[in-house]
Design a protein around this ligand. Structure first.
Ligand code: DLL
Length: 434
């Protein structure tokens, strides 16, 4: 369902002229209200009045996560605190969190975009949405919640965790839509199997999964194990939270990014050069309507490409290919660049292997090593050593052939790898300690 027909199907020229107008406004505004931007424009020798067309965007400097840290907590806000009605923060792995503030209009806009996302995923009034994204400083829970209410569906604010209770509600409340990370979704499926719950035959119809990278193979696992359509949703707290982009259920290919509110660019992460549509690189986003904390050319670190072809669903907003991962998560193993999601794709094609894995990177004698720890199912685990050895050789060989990287494979017992209620931790990098 197209939630906002007027905006979701705007002709390309109309999108671009709206973007150009909004870009001029936001650049002028941050220049006037955020000292960081005034200084950064000055340093780059550019006046906001020189930004007139979309093409001028590339003349502006980037904003980095570090800039948000340096201006912790409120330094990048563009309105006085009295106008901020909500504050979220993303934890980050080191140091202080990244803080974002929303005005009343920002919250309205967020709810509208999340309602569009639900519509794109085929969700409508009458649906019962079990929201298992965490409520709290994390944007997932409240972001999806407000969108669900805006849509007019019934939302169950379950939050993450409490797996047994999740399963009880899925059965008793007849949830038709589940929102949670893809890794937690598979965990729920596993827990259901153990409890003897026939999850495939529950009313659940759609899963809306994001907040972490996942592969097409993982989608297959989820769809099969839960008997649902699994939809990829993208977002980040710095830009909004969930709802920056989503796949449509018609194509399930590429995430429509709401271009009346955001301008996407793909850059070469090493040089900062803007790449043409279709080429893979780092996603950079400029927010053009946000009031609380507008960001100019924010480097997301997420790796994707813009799919230039129009979509069959009728939406005119560009699509981003499923994220391969974050450039910070990219492992460089003896010179070969590898994303965890690429290893995931290889693993999930192999019979007997469970969709739970972790990658341990280390350094021995100045050489990087990669150990792939992956669970095997009960049946395989009880096999003879000979068969287990042959399975681990097969995994090693497939990874080498497809990704060009050598690794050690450690097959582990079912349920050895820690399950996550939110974002899964796929990589353990021991190199700094080596
Ligand atoms: O994860 C917001 C969100 C909540 C998105 C619920 C979708 C669903 P952060 O905690 O700030 O915000 O983390 C943002 O997570 O830069 C990506 O690296 C990653 N990420 C988010 N969605 C996807 C996705 C939320 N669909 C960071 N595929 C982003 C791959 C994703 N990575």
């Amino acid at each position: 369902m197209i939630w906002n027909d007027e905006f979701e199907t705007l002709p390309r020229e109309a999108i671009e002229s709206l973007q150009a107008k909004r870009l001029r406004q936001v650049v002028e505004r941050v220049n006037a209200t955020v000292p960081f931007y005034r200084e950064s424009f000055e340093k780059a020798g550019i006046s906001p009045f020189q930004i007139n067309t979309l093409d001028d965007l590339k003349r502006l400097p980037f904003t980095l996560k570090q800039d948000m840290r340096d201006n912790y907590p409120y330094g990048l806000f563009s309105v006085p605190l009295e106008q901020i009605v909500r504050i979220h923060a993303s934890s980050g792995t080191t140091g202080k969190p990244t803080v974002v503030g929303y005005t009343r209009r920002d919250i309205e806009m967020w709810a509208e975009l999340m309602a569009r996302c639900f519509g794109a995923a085929g969700v409508h009034q009458g649906d019962i949405i079990q929201n298992a994204y965490g409520y709290g400083l994390f944007t997932g829970g409240l972001g999806a919640h407000y969108g669900a209410e805006r849509l007019g569906a019934s939302v169950i604010p379950m939050s993450g965790g409490q797996t047994k209770k999740q399963l009880m509600l899925l059965q008793d409340f007849g949830s038709t839509v589940l929102t949670c990370t893809p890794s937690y979704c598979l965990f729920l499926a596993e827990a259901a199997r153990e409890e003897g719950i026939d999850i495939v035959n529950l009313p659940l119809r759609v899963g809306i999964h994001g907040a972490e990278p996942w592969s097409e193979q993982m989608r297959g696992e989820i769809e099969e194990k839960l008997g649902i359509k699994a939809i990829d949703i993208y977002g980040l707290s710095e830009i909004l939270g969930p709802g920056v982009g989503i796949e449509c259920i018609e194509a399930q290919h590429g995430l429509h990014l709401w271009e009346d509110h955001f301008i996407p660019e793909i850059i070469n992460p090493d040089t900062g050069e803007v790449l043409p549509h279709g080429e893979k690189g780092e996603l950079v986003i400029t927010t053009i309507t946000k009031e609380g904390i507008p960001l100019i050319r924010y480097r997301t670190r997420d790796i994707t490409r813009i799919i230039p072809e129009p979509c069959i669903c009728g939406r005119t907003h560009v699509r981003l290919e499923r994220m391969s991962g974050r450039s910070d998560d990219m492992m460089i193993i003896r010179g070969v660049n590898v994303f965890p999601s690429q290893i995931e794709s290889v693993l999930f094609k192999i019979e007997g292997v469970e969709p739970h894995y972790q990658l341990v990177v280390n350094r021995e004698d100045n050489l990087d090593t990669l150990e792939v720890q992956v669970e095997v199912n009960e049946v395989t685990f009880s096999d003879e050593i000979k068969e287990l050895q042959s399975l681990s050789r097969r995994i090693q060989k497939d990874i080498k052939e497809i990704l060009g990287v050598s690794c050690q494979v450690k097959l582990v017992e079912p349920k050895t790898i820690a399950r996550s209620e939110g974002k899964a931790k796929r990589v353990i990098d021991l190199r700094d300690q080596a």
